[in-house]
Design a protein around this ligand. Structure first.
Ligand code: HEM
Ligand code: HEM
Length: 303
């Protein structure tokens, strides 16, 4: 038996937002790390093309941010929160303490220090954090990106060019954090044994009742039942790909240490084997995810 996990709007919002976000990383990171990721310019046919694509996907991101943001707020006002466990726009002290308590219990359970698995509603504490943090980071990228794109329209940048450098450093720093986010997020929702080869819920809009009973126990009673069959598949390959992602995240965590040797100047770093490996593997993974997302989205429309 299947349950309705996401509406058509939520699936489209994830698809447009994630593909544009990943394409912005693929086209932006080579500007930040030209010595390590110069090959990316090559596969797109040159830096003029990647910079043009960066602007095209920036416009798509701005559009999706404005459109789905407005939709989310209006839907809450008109229809309420539906089956979501995010109460009062997530701003009440009661809800915040519920999320913090859930996080503590989940970490203790993961470490084997708590016997009972904590019970979550539709979104667990990591998902709630993602839902709030991601739009904030996208907003920072949109503001800093717009200033870099049209510097002459911003007096504070023209009168003090040093501030342009500050804006660029913020844009680059958030971008690097977003790279870590995508690897961790997709790692959890795609490479873990319960999800491998892929958790299709964000593409098909459905989740099996059996999976929901384990991961979102408190949500099951309010969720809507829908047609469809559970596709069961399991493979030990998830441990291999999961391990590759963990190695990638650890290697990327080394990048800021390498930058520290250069006084974090504009978050640049010169040639270094581990940095080249970490960034290269990260960008290859992003390219695979963009292709996989398009295929999964098309399959989701047909199912
Ligand atoms: C820039 C890239 C991405 C962004 C900004 C993004 C953002 C989000 C957010 C905010 C959510 C809702 C909260 C959550 O479940 O954590 C979500 C859900 C989800 N994402 Fe992503 N995502 C991205 C890429 C990906 C990729 C590459 C995959 C798959 C490999 C993926 C798979 C999923 C799945 C399966 C869910 C639904 C989980 C559930 O059942 O609730 N996402 N994403
Ligand atoms: C997920 C969102 C985004 C990511 C991950 C991202 C990533 C990056 C990165 C890593 C750089 C290189 C920074 C450096 O010089 O070290 C960059 C440059 C730049 N970004 Fe973004 N960006 C994003 C969104 C945007 C948006 C929304 C805009 C425009 C409104 C934008 C406009 C620019 C511009 C103008 C540059 C300067 C390089 C050029 O002229 O092509 N970016 N971006």
């Amino acid at each position: 038996m299947m349950l309705k996990r996401f509406s058509w709007h939520q699936r489209l919002a994830h698809f447009v937002g994630s593909v544009s976000g990943m394409m912005l990383l693929i086209t932006g990171l080579p500007i930040m790390f030209p010595e390590h990721l110069g090959w990316v310019f090559g596969i797109f046919g040159g830096s003029t093309v990647t910079m043009f694509l960066h602007r095209v996907f920036a416009v798509i991101l701005i559009f999706s941010f404005a459109y789905f943001g407005t939709y989310f707020v209006l839907e809450r006002i008109v229809r309420g929160r539906g089956d979501s466990n995010i109460k009062n726009f997530g701003l009440s002290a009661e809800f915040i303490s519920e999320v913090v308590a859930g996080a503590v219990r989940d970490i203790l359970w993961t470490l084997g220090l708590r016997r009972e698995r904590p019970k979550f509603g539709k979104y667990d504490w990591i998902m709630v954090s993602d839902i709030y943090l991601l739009p904030v980071l996208a907003f920072i990228e949109i503001i800093t990106g717009t200033i870099m794109w049209f510097p002459r329209s911003f007096d504070f940048v023209t009168s003090n060019p040093g501030l342009f450098f500050v804006v660029r450093t913020i844009h680059a720093g958030v971008a690097f954090f977003l790279l870590l986010f995508v690897l961790a997020h997709a790692g959890i929702l795609h490479l873990t044994p319960g999800n491998f080869p892929i958790n299709m819920s964000i593409f098909s809009g459905k989740i099996s009742r059996r999976k929901a009973e384990v991961e979102h126990e408190k949500w099951v009673e309010v969720a809507e039942e829908v047609e469809g069959e559970e596709k069961k598949s399991s493979s030990k390959l998830c441990y291999v790909f999961g391990a590759i992602t963990i190695v990638n995240l650890i290697a990327l965590a080394y990048v800021p240490f390498a930058m520290r040797n250069e006084w974090l100047a504009g978050l640049r770093v010169s040639g270094d084997g581990i940095v080249t490996f970490a960034l290269g593997l990260g960008v290859v993974t992003l390219i695979v995810y963009v292709i996989a997302s398009v295929i999964a989205f098309v399959k989701g429309i047909k199912s």
